[in-house]
Design a binder for this molecule. Sequence first.
Ligand SMILES: [Zn+2]
Length: 630
Amino acid sequence: MLDEMNASRFRLIAAAVVCAAFACAITVPAAAQTRARPRIFVLMVWDGLRPDLVTPRDTPNLFALEREGVRFARHHSQYPTLTMVNAATLATGAPPGVAGIFGDTMYLGPALKSLGVNLQGDGLMQFVARPVMLENSKRLEELNAPDALKGNLLGLDSVVQETAREGGFVAVIGKQGPTYLFDDRVMTVAAGEDENHEPHAHYLFLSDDAAAPGADAAALDAAMPKASAAGVSDADRDRYFARVVADRALGAAKKAAAAGHPALIVFWQHNPDATQHRAGLGTLSALEALTVADTNLATVRAAIDASGLAGRTDLMVVSDHGFATIRLRISLAALLVSAGLKKSLDSTDVVVAPNGGSDLVYLARDEFSSRVALEDRLQKIVDFAEAQEWCGPIFSREIAPIPAPRARSPHARYRAAPAAAYRGWINGTFAQSALGLFNANRSPDLIISFAEASDASNRGFTGPDAPAFALGIKGQQSVPNKSEPLIRPVAGLIYSDTGIGDRWTTGMGMHGAAGEREIHNFAAAIGPDFKRVFLDQFPTANIDVAPTITRVLGLMLNAGPGGAYPTGRAMTEALAGERSYAGAVHAFTATTDLELQGVEAITTLQLTRLGDRTYLDNSTVLRKPLGSSP
Ligand SMILES: [Zn+2]
């Protein structure tokens, strides 16, 4: 798989550079960037931060940063708008189709089976015969092991690994799961098996569940706020991680920069995501979580200033995805069983990996007698889902023939026939390949986004006294509302599937769907390489972050044996001393139309094109009685 990916990536390079020269006026060719610069880049992720929640009152430090430096006014999360998907994209500059991560919960049975892994054995391999939650370093390590994914958990190297390869200092600190995707070496370094034998001066990894290197890490790990019977406070952990960045990582980065090397520090906070999930958007707890995250930002900036590093340190703050309020909890697996489209909740003919705002649906090839039978079931699932009010856009994977990326650049396809390129293999769906979501080994057959009502307020939904409902095998039922009292109403409601169980209810927070409240996330940056007081109105995205770090640190674009090339773009319009884009921003839509029994479902993707890049902005579904005028 890796060789094939590398081959296709080289072709993407060619396509990107040619187009950039014409459409985007990028003046520095990629080949000129071969010298690492003694810069320090700090990437601080506020998990789940929405741009409209950044205000002088709740987040004064972040508000000041985005006004002093660059504010990315049209930033985009990678769809599916989930933490692990965006961690992989932020780390590599590649979409899920290349990076290989499609959800926080994935069903990797088929991918492992295709590699010849025995799923009947004991331990993890048996476990991954079902959907598995990926936010766990040890589980990711087992998946990445030589007898499983063979180090190819991510389809290409991360920007952290590129920095390390250039002899730079790297630190990855924060929430378990996403941190591992920035550097999968943590366990081997912790076990003293790192190949360069002197990782201590160049490396620091600390997450909730893993630490490296050696004795240093043991001490940091021991000092971490521990989980109690009541659970660990994510705020306490984030505060601790911020102190580790300030007191340990920046000092080591300073030494590296003084010695002429680049340094990259990634700091991933749990909040506001964790609290927004649990308490709900606009609750007192959620507002307090923003304040803690903002205080941590102040801790980091104060340490940069106090170390005399302001002149050589760039600080970028991004979120992985936006957020919305759960309107209704559904169980897609249960609904498919009720509709006769899945044998039972535990059956493997149709496997649903629930991911909040989007579900990943996999059909077992060996349980359908023919391709026609498979296609027929897929169409029936799509017909069933598209008729429901909870359903948003659906993205189908190409079955056969699988389009070979090396033969045909997806960018070329966009330019030639945009409308046709977006049409999915199954009627009423969009093509995964048109949005960077196709991966021959990892793609689910269907990615079903649930509907988002972007402008609907969560008043009447969030709060323990508000009604709450769940839709499952017994139809719609009233359930307790587990959210906290609403202080300040926030717009954006979604349907959510987190599987069978009652942990998540109406009024709590969720994300993962293809709606604008989840797609439009936060990004801002400040430092010597970024413009001052600059509002970037070009579309930008999480996929563009790693290429921008690469540009600032002067890393080689395709370094090392793993040969990685990001498919995002360096956001040069925001960089000091670089020319802005000359290319035009072009908004367009892609639509599917599905006629069901008495109903016509028209699903529209709103997209923006900049040069050869395409950004997904929003999606809507219109359902109307057949034969009625629009
Ligand atoms: Zn997240």
